[in-house]
Design a protein around this ligand. Structure first.
Ligand SMILES: Nc1ncnc2c1ncn2[C@@H]1O[C@H](COP(=O)(O)OP(=O)(O)OP(=O)(O)O)[C@@H](O)[C@H]1O
Length: 259
């Protein structure tokens, strides 16, 4: 039986942003990357964040994950208000409670797949529980590749190692920034199925930025950004619906709603 992650969820909500603002620079040259975003991300759900280039997706993900500090508003992960944490506590929260998957895999080339997967725990001086290790390694389908180094693995295999590394701490939430952006469609589909399995079987929470409507359709929900605002929200999305919303957003001058 899979063990549920120890997420301190309130009403089934894993992450909330309230009136989130991120401004870069000051004066007339200032860029408002996030302009008052209110959103709650369900626990045990896969949610995609979409929007045109420059709409604020990466900025939102980085603020939600404690990689960037917002200029205004608040982020809560479970019951923890990130704004109330000093840099040291924020670093510990990221290490122990958050998993990251990046577009470029970001594996350490000198370490084997197994060592890369265990790295977040090794840094904390811990070892994975045997049952969770077995579940994660089985889910990513890499039992026969664990002694290989990243340059001996395909891109899709490297990204699956990166997903396993993100899951190994049984985090409260996994943030994935364009996880299929560097992969061909077949490898990308494997990684998306794995993220889906992380949610459905391992009871994890995943928040993913993507440009790809097919990738977004693996999610339970898609939220759309335009000009730093949340402008649309789709549940149980199909690729054609996602394309339709993106097309309408491209045409629309005004947001189609904000929540
Ligand atoms: N460090 C920074 N300094 C100044 N402006 C920034 C910085 N980071 C992002 N921006 C600006 O903030 C806005 C949102 O950027 P962000 O990278 O979040 O968008 P995005 O939707 O992720 O784009 P893409 O899809 O191209 O990655 C853009 O106008 C961008 O130029």
């Amino acid at each position: 039986m899979p063990v549920a992650p120890p997420a301190p969820t309130t009403g089934g909500v894993a992450v909330t942003a309230r009136n989130l603002t991120r401004r870069y620079g000051t004066g007339p040259a200032a860029v408002v990357a996030l302009d008052g975003v209110d959103v709650a991300f369900g626990a045990g759900r896969l949610t995609a964040i979409m929007g045109a280039s420059g709409s604020g997706k990466s900025t939102l993900l980085h603020c939600l994950a404690g990689l960037d500090r917002p200029t205004g508003g608040a982020v809560r992960i479970g019951d923890t208000d990130l704004g109330g944490l000093d840099d040291r506590r924020l670093t510990l929260l990221r290490r122990d409670r958050i998993g990251f998957v990046f577009q470029r895999f970001n594996l350490l080339p000198a370490l084997t797949a197994a060592e890369n997967i265990q790295l977040p725990l090794a840094i904390a001086g811990r070892r994975p529980a045997a049952d969770w290790w077995a579940q994660v390694v089985t889910a990513v389908g890499l039992t026969d590749r664990l002694r290989h180094r990243p340059d001996e693995l395909s891109g899709g295999q490297q990204q699956r190692v990166a997903v396993a590394r993100a899951l190994i701490t049984r985090p409260w939430v996994v943030f994935a920034d364009e996880p299929t952006g560097n992969l061909d469609s077949r490898s990308g589909a494997e990684v998306l199925r794995l993220l889906r399995e992380a949610v459905d079987t391992l009871h994890q929470t995943v928040i993913m930025v993507t440009h790809d409507p097919v990738a977004a359709a693996y999610a339970d929900r898609v939220v759309f950004l335009a000009d730093g605002r949340l402008v649309h929200d789709l549940t149980a999305p199909r690729p054609d619906q996602v394309r339709d919303v993106l097309g309408r957003l491209g045409d629309a001058d005004a947001p189609v709603g904000n929540r």
